[in-house]
Design a protein around this ligand. Structure first.
Ligand code: PBG
Ligand code: ZN
Length: 325
């Protein structure tokens, strides 16, 4: 028995009915805001390729974090841009580095806001790659030692969670060991477990000053074609002790998010990345689409696919939008 008994349009006929039958309901607390703090600045600086996003000073970072938290954003993901870079990325783990200072400041000024730190070397290496180079490629095992030092320095500064984004093999186990060996057995690791090599990171690399000086990141980040391999990456990170896992980018990997949600029981996050944000911003500027509607549709799709939380440059706007339903 089908039409005219069944009429799908019945449930869509008024806003009230549409609301009653809405399956996916994003909430303000689903959204995590990435923030950039730059040691070189006296005043905040707009990121050209990401309208609405700034590189912050310690001061403006604190204000932005307060504003986001007051809208209901539960956490920020911090990136640091140092004054000096070297081949070994040694600035990344300095106790008094910009990011470490920022963590201390935020935990003092906005204590109920969770501070997550991105653990990677690419903002700190003179060559812009995510680890230590040998023969023009990132050497896996030497990089693990660097990542241990970075993660530990973040935990010591008071980070609520560390999030390695480098895609080295064995980094979750290495970071877990370094944290546990130094009294941080309660600091969780959020792994960027399935991170695809992506053109959608372009605007971020402007923001974080982390464009590789030569080549690309294809020997460590995942090929877009491989979903089964992405699930293996997630599985291995879970075995190594990850507390939560992330898929990135989001919109180009909705299938991976959906499969990972079925397969694994860990909290599953998605990173709605810079290019996904910027392309809608650009289209809005051209009057080619309505930003808020496109934003909501993208975030709904990511949540519908199975993401428990979404890291997005739209966190503040999304928090306000989904408060209204
Ligand atoms: C650094 C890092 C990147 C992103 C998060 N951490 C860039 C990259 O891998 O080149 C991307 C975030 C975004 O595009 O918003 N390893
Ligand atoms: Zn990196």
């Amino acid at each position: 028995m089908t039409f005219p008994i069944h009429r799908m349009r019945r449930l869509r006929s008024t806003p009230a009915l549409r609301d009653l039958f809405q399956e996916t309901k994003p909430h303000t607390s689903d959204f995590i805001l990435p923030l950039f703090v730059d040691e070189n600045l006296k005043t905040p600086q707009a990121v050209g390729s990401m309208p609405g996003v700034f590189r912050h000073t310690l001061n403006s970072l604190t204000h932005e974090a307060e504003r986001a938290h007051s809208l209901g954003i539960p956490a920020v993901l911090l990136f640091g841009i140092p004054k000096t870079k070297d081949v070994l990325g040694s600035e990344a783990y300095r106790k008094t580095g910009m990011l470490q200072k920022a963590v201390r400041t935020l935990k003092k000024e906005v204590p109920s806001l969770a501070v997550i730190t991105d653990v990677c070397a690419c903002e700190y290496t003179s060559h812009g790659h995510c680890g230590i180079l040998q023969k023009n490629d990132v050497a896996n095992d030497p990089t693990l030692k660097l990542l241990q030092k970075i993660a530990l320095s973040h935990a010591e500064a008071g980070a609520d969670m560390v999030a390695p984004s480098d895609m080295m093999d064995g980094r979750v186990a290495a970071i877990r060991e370094a944290l546990d060996g130094n009294g941080f057995e309660n600091t969780p690791v959020l792994s960027y477990a399935a991170k695809f090599s992506s053109s959608y990171y372009g605007p971020f690399r402007d923001a974080a000053d982390s464009t590789p000086a030569f080549g690309d990141r294809k020997t460590y980040q995942m090929p877009a074609a491989n979903a089964r391999e992405a699930l293996r990456e997630i599985e291995l990170d879970i075995e190594e002790g990850a507390d939560a896992v992330m898929v990135k980018p989001a919109l180009t990997a909705l299938d991976v998010i959906a499969k990972a949600k079925e397969k694994f029981l860990l909290p599953l996050w998605a990173y709605h990345v810079s290019g996904e944000y910027s392309m809608v911003k650009a289209a809005e500027k051209m009057n080619w689409l309505q930003k808020d509607v496109a934003m909501a549709e993208s975030l709904l799709a990511i949540k519908r696919a199975g993401a428990d939380r979404i890291i997005t440059y739209w966190a503040k706007e999304a928090a306000q939008f989904f408060k209204r339903g």
